[in-house]
Design a protein around this ligand. Sequence first.
Ligand code: ATP
Ligand code: MG
Length: 430
Amino acid sequence: MRLSQSLIPTLKETPAEAQIASHRLMLRAGLVRQMASGIYAWLPAGYRVLAKIANIVREEQDAAGAQEMLMPTIQSADLWRESGRYDAYGKEMLRITDRHERELLFGPTNEEMITAIVRDSVKSYRELPQMLYHIQWKFRDEVRPRFGVLRGREFLMKDAYSFDLDKAGAVVAYKKMMLAYMRTFQRIGITAIPMRADTGQIGGDLSHEFHVLAPTGESGVFYDAAFEAGDAFASSDIEAFYEQMTTTYAATDEKHDTEAWEKIPAERRREGRGIEVGQIFYFGRKYSETMNFAVVGPDGTRIFPEMGSYGIGVSRLVGAIIEARHDEAGIIWPDAVAPFRAAILNLRQGDAATDKICEELHAKLGADCLYDDREERAGQKFAEADLMGHPWQIIVGPRGAASGQVELKRRATGERWELPVADALAKVLG
Ligand code: ATP
Ligand code: MG
C-alpha cells in the first residue's frame, strides 16, 4: 500500500481527550476516530489490526471444534424475558422500539439468542455436544466509556457457547476453550493470564478471566511468577494443561485468597494491574431451564443441556496490546497483528536508484507492507514509522541505493543492519 494514497491520518499533537497511552497512540497513529461517546470508526490501518486479531481468534476457535456462525446485533425483548434478564440487565442495555411499537434491543451478549436457536433444532441427546461462536458487534451503554476502545459502548466480541449433555462434558468444553484462549494470546504475541473470577451478570459457578498485564489495567491482579515464563502452558495434554493453569496461583482482587497467596514463596509473588481481554463461564442449566430447552435422552427422559459461554474482547485487545507494547516513540506491534509487517521508507523520492529499489521491495512484499512514498522529510518518515509501530522498517537512501544496499530496522529492539536488498527481504519475510 502506498502511503501517499492511503487514509492514515496521523497526528503530531497529543489529543487532549486521551488519558492513557493506547488511546493516544490509536488516535495519533490514525487507527480509529471517535464518532460518538464510546463508539469508534476503524480506519484502514486500525481495521487491518482488528481483522488480523479476529482471524487468529477464528482459527483457534475452529481448531477447538467450535462452528462459526453470525447472529444479528438486534434482538427481541421477548427472548430476554424468557430468561428473566430483560429487567435484570438494567441501563447497560440499549433498548429500541420499532415502528410497530415492538421492543427490541442491541445485543450486549447472546446467551438467550443462541439457546433459542439451538432449542429450535436440537431435539435429541445424539445431537449434542454443540459448540458455536460468532464474531459480532455488541453494545453496552457503559456509564463511563473511557480509554478509547478499551471500554467502548459498541465493541467487537467473539462469543462462543457450548451445549453438553452433562457436567463432565461441559467441563471438557471449558478446558478446550481455555487452551484455545492461551494459544490465541500466544499467537497474537502477548501474555494473558487466566485468573479465577466472579461470574457476574452471566451467572454460574466456574469462571476465569484472562488478563493482559499493564499498569493502566482496571483490575488489581495477583499471580505466580511462573506465568511470566510464557511456556508455562506448553503442554499439549489438555488435562495436564488445565491442572497447571488452575493450580498455579492467579486471581483478580475480587477473588484474591490471602491464605493461598501466603503459601507461595515470596520471590514468586507478583502483584500488578490487568486488562480483562476475555472471560469463560460454565453456568450449567441456567438458560436451558429458564428457556425450557431440553433434549430427549437415551432412555426417553428430558435432559436440560449444560452450557458455557466464552468471550474475547476483539476490539479491546487492540488497545490492550498497545498498553503492553509501546515506548516514547509509539506502538511496538507484535508481528502477527501489525497493520503492516514492514514499512519501506524512501528517503529521496525522485532519485532513480532509490525509487527503483523501493518499487521492487513494494512489489515483492505485497499488500502487507506500507510504502512511504510521500514527498516528506526523512525525519518525519522515521517518526511516523516508529509511531505506527511496523515490526520492520526498510530504509532506502540514495547513498546505499547506489550500491544496492538498504538499512533494515527492527522496531521492537532498535537493531539496525546494512544489507543488500535481497538479504533485507529475506529477513523481513523469514
Ligand atoms: P468489564 O468487567 O471489563 O466491564 P465484562 O466482564 O462485563 O467486562 P464480559 O461479559 O466478560 O465483559 O465480555 C467478554 C469480553 O468482552 C470481556 O472480557 C472484554 O474483553 C470485552 N468487553 C466487555 N465490555 C467491553 C467494553 N465496554 N468495551 C470493550 N470490550 C469489552
Ligand atoms: Mg468479564
